[in-house]
Write a protein that binds this ligand. Structure first.
Ligand SMILES: CCCCCCCCCCCCCCCCCC(=O)SCCNC(=O)CCNC(=O)[C@H](O)C(C)(C)COP(=O)(O)OP(=O)(O)OC[C@H]1O[C@@H](n2cnc3c(N)ncnc32)[C@H](O)[C@@H]1OP(=O)(O)O
Ligand SMILES: NC(=O)C1=CN([C@@H]2O[C@H](COP(=O)(O)OP(=O)(O)OC[C@H]3O[C@@H](n4cnc5c(N)ncnc54)[C@H](OP(=O)(O)O)[C@@H]3O)[C@@H](O)[C@H]2O)C=CC1
Length: 515
């Protein structure tokens, strides 16, 4: 049987969400491991004043593509951008492009989605469900299509504790919801959203669950594979360790902790931190594309792509390794020395938010105001609190995912493919991975140079001295206010000092006697 790379040779691949975090890694891996792939068609929209072509050019000059560039400097010729806005009717693809895609595409990878947790329901539905429906209908017209691979999320069914590799019945019939939301104005939809999403924490997980149902209902004769990754983190090995380019999920939390901004967060020390490296997800996705095309399973296979059941690691351990990495490799211009703690206790967390977040932010903003600058720290903390408020749900509890299909797929690969498309997370060394992840956020998200680490350490020493000075001043202040002015406080103070003195004399006397 052909190896995975051989199978992709001469094939035309369509990818949505190719400009996103996972999409980019998918394009890179395809180009690097399947150099004979015929064409990679990517659906891209213009954004933030940049045309589609400019965006694709920018994407391909990114460091992620360095290895591919070395192997084949002309690699960009294989990437064919197609203008598309997924929220528009017909995905806003021109008739000529539709004609091109339907006649040549052999496999579709659907990665595009809105992954924001606070997305208004109508927009999340439009992108995560209706666009999926439209892409399926385009796929139905493709004359040489072998497989359609949909990227879902392991948290689509996070209202369940144990999650099998099946598509669960929808919380509400997607078609009915689409029809009813169509005539409602945004205000009404906003009001009824909590009732609609029920026991799911946000519109993201709700609409991803609906998308899976739409796929099941409307796939007809297509060969479908559904990949459900858990919390996708920086790359483990490929194209190099620690590649990450965004603040999503834990990355923003790690950065905020490394900058000394985040000091406390509600999370359970003992809960499994189900992180999965992005290269593992992409390797599994490509392997699933090959398997679905070659074996054409009778029913759509769902692949839970998680680590918790295979090689578990916990939030408490993550906290420890993140902190120790950032102490050894500090981020530049930290606000305070990194020292974040997680706690599952609500009151404790509120206390530390007040003492370690709100109070320092107030003092710093006061200082900025007094020195004629614009205050900014309170605003940053408000944003941070909003973000952690949305993430806490995922860091405070555990889920159990079945991963039989991931194991089955691994057993179907040749020894060579198992190396090239490695998704065996038993081999993952967590401390090493977390260290590379944190360094990756420094290098690739914050664009900080590793050669500046001595200066960053010097800055931390300066912060430590400021803290010592501040604490001493505070102590003297307390002394002046409470001790010097109140007879009772003075008496207590003298009592404590004389007690210490007595203990000291006693120990000195007993040590002289014993000599
Ligand atoms: C040591 C500690 C140990 C910790 C242990 C605990 C860790 C717990 C972590 C738990 C993670 C759980 C994740 C669960 C994931 C489910 C998996 C998935 O399927 S889905 C995948 C997961 N999906 C997600 O993770 C999505 C979650 N994110 C969201 O929903 C939204 O971003 C938001 C509501 C949090 C903030 O909305 P909003 O306030 O409107 O802000 P915008 O977004 O508009 O960004 C504005 C600008 O700020 C930038 N920036 C952003 N963050 C940070 C930061 N932390 N800092 C600095 N900067 C940051 C951002 O780049 C942007 O810059 P620019 O482009 O303007 O230049
Ligand atoms: N990151 C994670 O932790 C996890 C992600 N997933 C799933 O993986 C997939 C990819 O996620 P990730 O790469 O992190 O997400 P990103 O937000 O990084 O990428 C989203 C992609 O979708 C595209 N997109 C969004 N809206 C539109 C639109 N209206 N028209 C055209 N394209 C659009 C974006 O294009 P543009 O650049 O133009 O905005 C971008 O390419 C998603 O399906 C997500 O649900 C699952 C589990 C975890």
């Amino acid at each position: 049987m052909a190896s995975i790379s051989e199978w992709y040779a001469e094939k035309n691949v369509l990818i949505t969400g190719a400009t996103g975090f996972m999409g980019k890694v998918l394009v890179e891996k395809l180009l690097r491991s399947c150099p004979k792939v015929n064409g990679i068609y990517i659906l891209v929209r213009p954004k933030a004043g940049q045309s589609m072509q400019e965006r694709v050019q920018d994407m391909m000059t990114c460091k992620l593509f360095d290895r591919v560039r070395e192997d084949n400097p002309e690699f960009h010729q294989k990437v064919i951008p197609i203008s598309s806005e997924l929220t528009q009717p017909g995905l806003a693809i021109s008739p000529e492009d539709v004609q091109k895609l339907t006649s040549c595409i052999n496999i579709v990878f659907h990665c595009a989605a809105t992954i924001r947790f606070d997305e208004p329901l109508k927009h999340a539905l439009q992108l995560n469900v209706i666009a999926t429906q439209q892409l399926l209908s385009l796929a139905q017209q493709m004359q040489h299509l072998h497989a359609f691979i949909h990227i879902s999320t392991a948290y689509a069914n996070c209202n369940r504790r144990h999650i099998d590799e099946v598509i669960y019945p929808p919380p509400v019939e997607p078609k009915k919801l689409i029809d009813s939301l169509e005539w409602m104005d945004d205000g009404i939809v906003c009001d009824i959203t909590p009732r609609l999403i029920g026991d799911r924490p946000n519109t993201y997980t709700f609409t991803k669950a609906l998308a899976e149902c739409v796929i099941q209902q409307e796939s007809h004769k297509l060969n479908i594979g559904i990949i459900r990754p858990s919390i996708v983190g920086a790359s483990w090995q490929e194209p190099f360790p620690g590649w990450i380019d965004n603040f999503n999920g834990p990355s923003g939390i790690f950065i905020a902790a490394g900058k000394g901004i985040l000091r406390t967060m509600r999370a359970s020390n003992d809960a499994v931190a189900d992180l999965i490296p992005v290269d593992v997800v992409i390797n599994l996705t490509l392997a699933a594309g090959w398997y679905t095309s070659v074996h054409r399973p009778k029913t759509s296979l769902v692949y839970n792509c998680t680590t918790g059941g295979i090689n578990p690691f916990h939030w408490g351990e993550i906290e420890h390794h993140v902190m120790s990495t950032f102490k050894r490799n500090p981020l530049e211009q930290a606000f305070r020395r990194p020292n974040a703690n997680i706690t599952s206790n609500y009151l404790m967390n509120q206390y530390w938010i007040l003492v370690s977040h709100k109070f320092p932010a107030f003092i710093y903003d006061l200082f900025l105001r007094l020195s004629g600058q614009k205050p900014q720290m309170t605003r940053i903390f408000n944003r941070l609190h909003k973000a952690i408020g949305l993430l806490e749900y995922f860091s405070s509890q555990d889920w159990e995912w079945k991963s039989d299909n991931m194991h089955m797929l691994m057993s179907e690969l040749s020894p060579e493919d198992r190396k090239t498309y490695n998704f065996d997370v038993r081999q993952l060394n967590w401390p090493e991975y977390i260290e590379n992840y944190c360094i990756g956020t420094k290098k690739y998200v914050l664009n900080e140079d590793m050669s500046d680490i001595p200066a960053a350490r010097q800055h931390l020493r300066k912060l430590r001295n400021i803290r010592y000075t501040f604490n001493t001043v505070l102590l003297v202040f307390i002394w002046r206010v409470f001790i010097a002015r109140s007879q009772m406080a003075r008496n207590i103070w003298y009592f404590v000092v004389s007690l210490c003195f007595k203990f000291l004399s006693y120990f000195r006397a007993s040590s002289t006697l014993s000599q």
